[in-house]
Design a binder for this molecule. Structure first.
Ligand code: PMP
Length: 362
């Protein structure tokens, strides 16, 4: 109702209203169990039914092949930056990173502790506004994997299709575009995503990994960071983030009810086009630095030509119940994150506001 705002935060981010209401209705007494999901044993039949349904629904959403495991872990995307090299490499193994923004850069830096990563392409000198053509990528001959960040949350740069590594497997950080569109999982060895942008609350990290990659962790690997332990125990080696997994399950149900990811992608394209159009047709009043072919459908960074008006823009928008539009502290300007759960009405309201603000300040 009126007391909800349109929340353009990059994550934790807005969740679907119907999902929140369902969780609220079930909070006190989950389906006659006499307790909330937060109070259940993670080994009891009620919670097992929740995690199994969440996995089954995610599998149907993304068409995940049988030879891939789905894990619900903790530690965020950031823990995966270490877990991936620890499990897929020996200390002297070469691996390749394509760095299209700050998150890919962080992943690369963490991997330096556990293997021999190399940045084979970086967009840094062009302020992370582009992605290299794949044909010109020179991969290391014995690289175990090629790591990409499918959508750079801060810079708003998104892969629209994916490179096929000449050797090794493709690994992708999909934290900020997970379940925003169909993905051919079989092209990847490993996909990972923190839940808190598109599919749930923070505290859950989803890993989709080809089963034959499991079981090669370096000896120093802590149990919690070993995909084999996690997979053998169906993500229940220790106490998992039960309530978060339950919330992700509700979101997956909702995405299926919307017709699946093809339908979801259509809605996301429509929303993103509205904002980019408003920017591109503003005669330079608003600017988006990202090359058109790789503009993110999820995170739209933009600046004002008159940059001294940016604080005013953010303040006025907040007054009209459109919040969290400030760009990341490292790049400034504005950023509208428009994940799956941002309704079209929120984007239409933002675009109307942008036009009105321009009319008043041009
Ligand atoms: N990767 C990407 C693309 C992200 O946007 C983020 C968080 N904003 C992370 C990784 C780090 O995730 P977490 O905070 O879950 O560790």
């Amino acid at each position: 109702p009126e007391d909800r705002v349109f929340n353009f935060a990059a994550g934790p981010a807005t969740l679907p209203a119907n999902v929140l209401k369902k969780a609220q209705a079930e909070l006190y007494n989950w389906r006659g169990s006499g307790m909330s999901v937060m109070e259940m044993s993670h080994r009891g039949k009620e919670f097992l039914s929740i995690i199994q349904k969440a996995e089954a629904d995610l599998r149907s959403l993304l068409n995940i092949p049988e030879d891939y495991a789905v894990l619900f872990l903790q530690g965020g995307g950031t823990t995966q930056f270490a877990m991936i090299p620890l499990n897929l490499c020996k200390p002297d193994d070469p691996v390749d990173y394509v760095v299209t923004g700050s998150w890919g850069d962080k992943a690369f830096k963490e991997a330096q502790k556990f293997c021999k990563p190399k940045v084979i392409w970086s967009g840094k000198s062009e302020k992370y506004t582009k992605i290299s053509p794949y044909e010109s990528l020179e991969q290391s001959p014995d690289a175990k994997y090629l790591h990409i960040c499918a959508n750079e949350t801060i810079h708003g740069v998104e892969f629209k299709d994916y490179p096929t590594p000449k050797n090794g497997i493709l690994v992708a950080d999909m934290s900020s575009n997970f379940c925003s569109k169909p993905v051919d999982v079989s092209k990847f060895g490993l996909i990972y995503a923190g839940a808190q942008k598109n599919v749930g609350p923070s505290g859950v990290t989803i890993v989709i990994i080809k089963k034959d990659l499991i079981g090669n962790a370096q000896e120093i690997t802590p149990v919690m960071l070993d995909y084999k332990i996690q997979a053998e125990n169906n993500s229940l080696y220790n106490t998992p983030p039960c309530f978060g997994i339950y919330m992700c399950g509700l979101v997956f149900e909702d995405l299926l009810a919307q017709g699946g990811l093809t339908e979801v992608q259509k809605k996301n394209k429509k929303k993103a086009e509205l904002i980019y159009k408003a920017i591109d047709e503003s005669n330079g009043f608003y600017r988006c630095p990202v090359e058109k072919s790789v503009r993110s459908l999820m995170n739209v960074p933009f600046t004002l030509e008159k940059s001294d008006l940016e604080a005013e823009f953010i303040k006025e928008a907040a007054k009209e119940k459109m919040v969290q539009l400030k760009g990341h502290r490292s790049v400034g300007g504005m950023r509208a994150s428009i994940y799956n759960a941002m309704p079209l009405a929120g984007v239409e309201k933002l675009v109307a506001f942008m036009k009105d603000f321009q009319a008043r300040h041009a």
